[in-house]
Design a protein around this ligand. Structure first.
Ligand SMILES: Cc1ncc(COP(=O)(O)O)c(C=O)c1O
Length: 366
């Protein structure tokens, strides 16, 4: 029997997207592929709610995040990173590997980072940096929806706080589990670089990263030293303006992304977000009704994190008996929680079905 994915990515890929991905590859310099690429780039701007270009790279979400960070910052630059889970920690790891100086605001997993917390942090840091010859804070990076904890930050309020204190900082946002799931407003929130993969809200097979590049970010990548050949966003952006991918792209995935974006825009962004919100709410309510405790603030519609000391057994039973795959906890939450993903094409009916299966599993748990 086919396994159903209730993981926070990859997600079940709709049949029209599977069909697009499995067609014969187009030649990447053909007029047909160039037209398809232009359509993808334009549709991505709609989904990101931005007029900025959104470039597409072969690789996973992390590829996009790493490319964005090294484009925006030169070695030695001071940046702030907001950490509220495993993926925020990865931002810090990337920054350190590339010689940046990250100042980390972290909260215990499951908690949110509020604008007040950020404002106090920025005030203290900017005071400290007054006595530093390299006192320029060049960027602030954060994860919008933490997939390890199920916490969605109030990105609009956070970016207002950042702009008030650091008007010239590049704001980078990992939107890997929020684009196509939540109402992400890249322009209205003044996000300079928002990054996603295509295997979650965009309901494709994994393999492409999408990065929006604001004018401020573009100025940075024009003046910063190039530190990667294949991930150089300067070159990628130049080529995209000529209607080309820089390298031979995974053309079948670009075709899949085209089909998925058309599907999303046909459904309507508001309807997509409403469907995702309804599905996540059914899982949250269902879990509470079963007497289960949700982990932390639980505000992401991509994933619901549920505490249980027998999480691994529950996951096994869901997989072996009900053919439903849910994710386990990461790092400090390993074995303590399980995570039910509701991103992509998940419907409220799917959400009811996983909740019912969970009920059955809990009834049999002795
Ligand atoms: C919030 C977040 N950021 C980054 C990533 C990394 O994406 P990828 O696995 O596509 O590199 C993930 C993947 O789960 C994620 O959930």
């Amino acid at each position: 029997m086919k396994m159903r994915l209730f993981t926070p990515g990859p997600v079940t890929v709709p049949q029209n997207v599977v069909d697009a991905a499995s067609a014969q590859p187009l030649y990447h310099r053909s007029p047909e592929f160039m037209a398809l690429s232009r359509s993808v780039w334009a549709d991505l701007q709609t989904v990101f709610q931005t007029n900025d270009p959104v470039v597409v790279l072969g690789g996973s979400g992390m590829t996009g995040i790493e490319a964005a960070m090294i484009a925006a910052h030169a070695p030695g630059e001071q940046i702030v990173i907001l950490e509220h889970g495993r993926f925020g920690q990865r931002l810090t790891e990337i920054a350190r590997i590339h010689g940046l100086v990250p100042h980390v605001l972290s909260v215990p997993w499951g908690e949110s980072i509020t604008p007040d917390l950020l404002e106090n942090f920025l005030n203290d840091l900017l005071n400290d940096l007054l006595n530093d010859p390299l006192n320029d804070l060049r960027g602030v990076w954060f994860v919008h929806a933490e997939t390890s904890t199920g916490v969605l930050l109030d990105a609009g309020a956070l970016t207002s706080t950042i702009r008030a204190r650091c008007p010239d900082a590049v704001i980078g946002m990992d939107a890997v589990t929020s684009i196509g799931i939540h109402d992400v407003k890249v322009d209205a929130w003044q996000i300079d670089m928002a990054i996603t993969g295509i295997q979650k809200g965009l309901m494709c097979p994994p393999g492409l990263a999408c990065v929006s590049i604001s004018e401020r970010a573009e100025q940075r990548l024009l003046s910063n030293p190039r530190r990667s050949y294949t991930l150089d966003l300067h070159t990628v952006l130049d080529h995209q303006r000529d209607g080309l991918f820089t390298w031979t792209p995974p053309v079948t995935l670009v075709a899949a992304l085209n089909a998925a974006l058309k599907r999303i825009l046909n459904e309507g962004l508001d309807n997509v977000w409403a469907r995702q919100a309804a599905s996540a709410e059914i899982v949250r309510q269902g879990a509470r009704h079963l007497g289960l405790k949700l982990f932390g603030a639980s505000t992401s519609n991509a994933v619901t994190v549920i505490e249980h000391h027998r999480s691994n057994e529950i996951r096994r039973e869901l997989r072996d008996v009900h053919h439903m795959l849910v994710a386990g906890g990461q790092d400090q939450l390993s074995g303590k929680v399980f995570r039910i993903g509701t991103c992509g094409s998940t419907t409220p009916t799917d959400a009811h079905e996983i909740t019912e299966a969970l009920h059955t599993v809990l009834t049999h748990l002795v």
